[in-house]
Design a protein around this ligand. Structure first.
Ligand code: GLU
Length: 268
């Protein structure tokens, strides 16, 4: 019996220590640590075409968020600075940041007052808006057409999941873990539409010609880089890097690489 208590105590002590280590990682001066280690650890999407998508053959994540993260890393740490990428989903990104597993989130994340209670945000680096993706020929032409007969696919932890309930209160909502699951479910007929940011839906539409965006946008989704509270030095450095990237033309170059035919997401 005594042995069990000792074991339990040890286990408890170890878990507490583990939690402290991570919590203290999040409260260190991230800018200083990044300069010492010559790296910034970014939480990014791995399943979102145009923003953060894992290229299976090269094992590299590619997209607008990735290129912006690399450019900010270079601005802050110089040419030999390393941008390290860790996969997040809409649901896991804030917990991973708060636990100190990542230094910043750059993952199609809308700046909202609710989220500002938990994290700080950089200036806006992309402007999106929520829309709908449906099969070509669908009777749904805008959010107003959604009735109790329709199922809308969204992703857990996203603003889209909340917004759709207000915009189409009668429709059924099915919450998936990530965007590749949501699009697969749409193609399998598990729902009538996927609803999220127009730019994310554009990426899906580009993969399968049978689907299209309808009805324009019905919310504003300004994207920001999320950083832990109490990291003013790092936040200032990220904002300075962003404005330098605008001034030296790098932002426009990256934007045009990923969205050559659409200026609507360009941040000032
Ligand atoms: N921009 C929206 C959000 O932050 C939807 C995209 C996403 O799930 O990341 O929730």
């Amino acid at each position: 019996m005594k042995k069990i208590y000792t074991l339990l105590f040890l286990l408890l002590a170890l878990t507490t220590l583990g939690a402290c280590k991570n919590a203290s990682a999040a409260s260190q001066n991230i800018l200083e640590t990044a300069k010492e280690s010559k790296q910034i650890v970014w939480g990014v999407k791995n399943d979102t075409k145009l923003f953060g998508l894992m290229d299976i053959s090269s094992r590299e994540v590619k997209g607008f968020d990735i290129d912006i993260a690399k450019a900010i890393t270079e601005e802050i740490l110089g040419r030999d600075g390393n941008a390290v990428f860790v996969e997040v989903t809409s649901k896991t990104r804030i917990p991973l940041l708060k636990n100190g597993n990542i230094d910043a989130i750059i993952a199609t994340m809308t700046i909202t007052d609710e989220r500002k209670k938990q994290v700080d945000f950089s200036n806006v680096y992309f402007d999106a808006g929520q829309s709908l993706l449906v099969a070509k020929g669908s009777a749904i032409t805008s959010v107003k057409d959604l009735t109790s007969a329709n199922t809308v696919l969204v992703v857990k932890g996203s603003t889209s999941a909340e917004n759709i309930r207000k915009a189409a209160p009668d429709a059924k909502v099915l919450e998936m873990e990530n965007y590749s699951e949501a699009f697969t479910a749409l193609q399998a007929g598990q729902g009538d539409a996927v609803s999220t940011d127009n730019a994310i839906l554009l990426g899906m539409a580009s993969e399968n010609d049978h689907y299209q965006l309808v009805g324009g946008t019905f919310t504003n989704e300004p994207y920001g880089i999320a950083i832990n509270k109490g990291q003013k030095d790092f936040l200032d450095a990220v904002n300075k890097a962003l404005s330098d990237l605008h001034a030296n033309g790098t932002y426009d170059k990256i934007y045009d690489k990923w969205f050559p035919n659409d200026d609507s997401g360009k941040a000032e």
